[in-house]
Design a protein around this ligand. Structure first.
Ligand SMILES: [Zn+2]
Ligand SMILES: [Zn+2]
Length: 264
């Protein structure tokens, strides 16, 4: 009757997270090598052989690098919408027909004992999505790689027990940093990535302080610092009169190593 959630790795070097319920063992994205994902899974006592399926948010390499390898090696079904399938086909390689599962953006689908809603986000990919996962009375929302979060998205993710949300960059660090201008422009655009401040603003509008778990994700190595992301978001939330780490649990998802396994 439990819901387990663990970020295996988060950031532009590779994204992958693991969810476990009574009946399902699910990987959301697999943006590292197959070997690396296997190692990270076994570091938390999970077994790649037992994976029920892989959900994909979008076709960027930092989200799909190991998806094809794992699917072929362990005969794992992959779920993605049609445009994402088109976009990632050449990257992930040949997938067995029976393991190609096509979902529709904006429509709930059932995955074992979970009800899942893939919803549109704003990012420069074919049809990128966030996932809202419902399991019994638990709701968890995954929302990274989005240039902004509109009211519709806030409505969808509101009321979650766990938020896995992007805090990609500090705007000042990005603007003053050494990235070329076209890349800065891409990241700052409404189809780029969410800044610490924007992430904090979104959270401050939807959190209630009832013990939610908030995991800040996809932090840029170049244009952010974990402490800066944490403090910026904390300040936004506390402005709303919610005491972080008394009324909710705010922490960070790491690059290339897993978080603790959150049990809900
Ligand atoms: Zn990404
Ligand atoms: Zn991306």
């Amino acid at each position: 009757m439990e819901f387990r959630f663990c970020s295996l790795s988060s950031g532009s070097s590779g994204n992958s997270l693991y969810i476990e319920t009574d009946r399902m063992k699910v990987l959301v994205d697999g943006g590292l090598s197959g070997k690396r994902i296997e190692k990270l899974l076994s570091s938390i006592g999970a077994c790649p052989k037992e994976l029920s399926c892989i959900l994909v948010t979008h076709e960027h390499i930092d989200h799909v690098r190991g998806v094809g390898v794992l699917s072929r090696r362990y005969d794992i079904p992959i779920y993605a919408n049609e445009d994402t399938w088109m976009g990632m086909q050449n990257i992930i390689g040949e997938i067995r027909e029976k393991n190609i599962k096509i979902i529709k953006t904006g429509e709930y689908f059932q995955l074992g004992d979970m009800d899942i809603l893939p919803f549109s986000i704003f990012h420069d990919a074919a049809d990128p999505v966030g996932y809202c996962i419902n399991y019994k009375n638990i709701k968890a929302s995954i929302i990274t790689d989005t240039g902004w979060v509109n009211d519709n998205m806030k409505d969808i993710i509101k009321g979650s027990s766990l938020y896995f949300i992007e805090a990609n960059h500090d705007v000042k660090m990005l603007k003053e940093g050494r990235y070329p201008w076209h890349l800065k422009k891409r990241i700052l655009s409404t189809r780029g990535h969410l800044s610490n401040y924007d992430s904090g603003r979104v959270l401050s509008e939807i959190l209630t302080g009832n013990g939610e778990i908030v995991l800040l994700a996809h932090l840029s190595e170049e244009n952010n610092r974990p402490s800066l992301a944490y403090e910026t978001v904390k300040e936004c939330i506390e402005k709303q009169g919610i005491s972080v780490n008394k009324e909710l649990n705010l922490s960070l998802a790491h690059r290339n190593r897993s978080t603790t396994v959150y049990t809900l």
